[in-house]
Design a binder for this molecule. Structure first.
Ligand SMILES: *Cc1c(COP(=O)(O)O)cnc(C)c1O
Length: 430
């Protein structure tokens, strides 16, 4: 595999862009080697600047759920382009997409469009604080909610009453309002609630976390959080930027039957364009300006081109329930194949899987939270990643990510992925 043009571009990029990339994980630091630069993508494939083709297992971190360059989305964008690219004024399409989101995600009674998942979560917390008149919120260790200051808080020690900033530039003052609990531990949440009685505005969670590698909620966990939040007047926010429109039409909340007060959305909602959204109960969303006092705005929010792409995507998902049956089947075939190959090789690595998301963890122990995810052999994952890349399979360049499958993965391609997995495993284990 020749990657000289990617290497040249990456070296050049570092003169002008911090680390040569516009988002850190793209730099491949967690897996070694240089990142590949993408020239184009189509269906199940992406192509790099050297002309190599790779089977897509990330799909732009989720948005391309129907595969790349889908004709229906391309057509919607081109058509919208003919009428201008931005107006900074209301459009009919924004009303259409809002109405559709409210229909697909019933807990969302009103919704505000923004430009990224980060904006959605930042805004949702602000609204929850404005609504409750409280400052603190709970987040789970290892969960990612974008790069807003108050979310960049690492796992604290022992008592977990106060977070420490995870990044320079996040003040201790900001961090002190972020309370941390381990995922899947209701008792820890109960303790935080008792220790901060009447002071917690919100609990924000990835209901099915994908940002520490894919992890699943234990039975009763999400229901338990719902009960605590209802009892304590805490706004329960499901961050479904990743899982929304992926695990089901109505996201993880539909699949698990647990109803949050607010929901944040992103990724698929823009059909590949930069879009996020936050919404929830009417009485909470009525706090958003200009209906209410909590300020939140955006020059390019509800951008007509982005809305056209998003609307085409959501309409398709709304009217084609077979997409989810197909995604589930693709996910099952790949993960069952991987588990079988591993067992044949006497390997017992943990595979977490739900619908069209999965993670292969290089550890034998179950992965249920951030602590157990960290037991993975990340060096071995890096070697595996490179072995797969060499065989034309593009995985997420970190152990602590989920993969996002698309409907473009045919049975034939699944076989190619599985045989690449088998060869890679044999290679890396010598
Ligand atoms: C990707 C992601 C975000 C951040 O979205 P951006 O569009 O990258 O700002 C927030 N929450 C979750 C769960 C995500 O997966």
């Amino acid at each position: 595999m020749q990657i000289s043009e990617s290497k040249r571009l990456f070296a050049h990029a570092q003169n002008f862009i911090p680390g040569g990339v516009n988002s850190p994980v793209r730099a491949f630091r967690a897996v070694g080697g240089d990142p590949i630069f993408i020239k184009k993508a189509d269906g199940a494939y992406i192509f790099d600047e050297d002309g190599n083709a790779y089977i897509e297992m990330i799909n732009s971190w989720g948005p391309m759920i129907l595969g790349h360059n889908h004709p229906m989305i391309k057509e919607a964008v081109i058509k919208a382009m003919e009428n201008g690219t931005s107006f900074g004024a209301p459009t009919a399409r924004e009303v259409e997409i809002a109405e559709l989101i409210v229909k697909m995600v019933p807990s969302v009674e009103k919704v505000r469009m923004v430009n990224s998942g980060t904006e959605a979560t930042m805004s949702a917390i602000r609204v929850a604080r404005g609504y409750t008149g409280r400052d603190k919120f709970i987040k789970m260790e290892g969960h990612y909610h974008g790069h807003g200051d108050s979310f960049l808080i690492s796992a604290g020690s022992g008592a977990i009453t106060m977070g420490n900033p995870d990044s320079p530039g996040v003040t201790v003052g900001t961090a002190k309002d972020t309370l941390l609990a381990p995922y899947n531990d209701l008792h820890a949440v109960e303790n935080l609630v008792q220790a901060n009685k009447g002071e917690i505005a919100a609990l924000i969670i990835e209901p099915v976390p994908g940002n520490m590698g894919l992890t699943l909620p234990l039975p009763g966990y999400l229901e338990g959080l719902r009960e605590i939040c209802t009892r304590e007047g805490i706004v329960l926010i499901f961050d479904e930027v990743m899982t929304g429109f992926r695990l089901a039409k109505g996201g993880a909340q539909e699949l698990f039957g647990v109803t949050p007060d607010m929901t944040t959305l992103g990724k698929i909602i823009g059909g590949g364009m930069p879009v996020g959204a936050y919404g929830g109960k009417k009485e909470i969303m009525e706090f958003v300006s200009p209906a209410g006092p909590v300020y939140q705005a955006g020059t390019l929010s509800g951008n007509p081109i982005a809305m056209a792409a998003g609307l085409a995507m959501l309409r398709h998902l709304d009217t084609h329930p077979e997409v989810y049956a197909s995604l589930n089947q693709i996910g099952r075939k790949i993960t069952e194949g991987i588990v079988k190959i591993n067992l044949d090789l006497n390997l017992n690595y943990t595979v977490n899987h739900i619908g069209s998301m999965y993670s292969l963890f290089f550890t034998d122990s179950p992965v249920v939270d951030f602590e157990s995810a960290k037991k993975s052999d990340t060096a071995l994952f890096g070697t595996y990643f490179q072995a797969m890349l060499k065989r034309g399979v593009y995985l997420a360049p970190s152990q602590f990510e989920s993969l996002f499958l698309s409907t473009a993965l045919t049975d034939g391609l699944i076989e190619v992925v599985l045989s690449a997995h088998k060869e890679s495993m044999k290679e890396i284990l010598g």
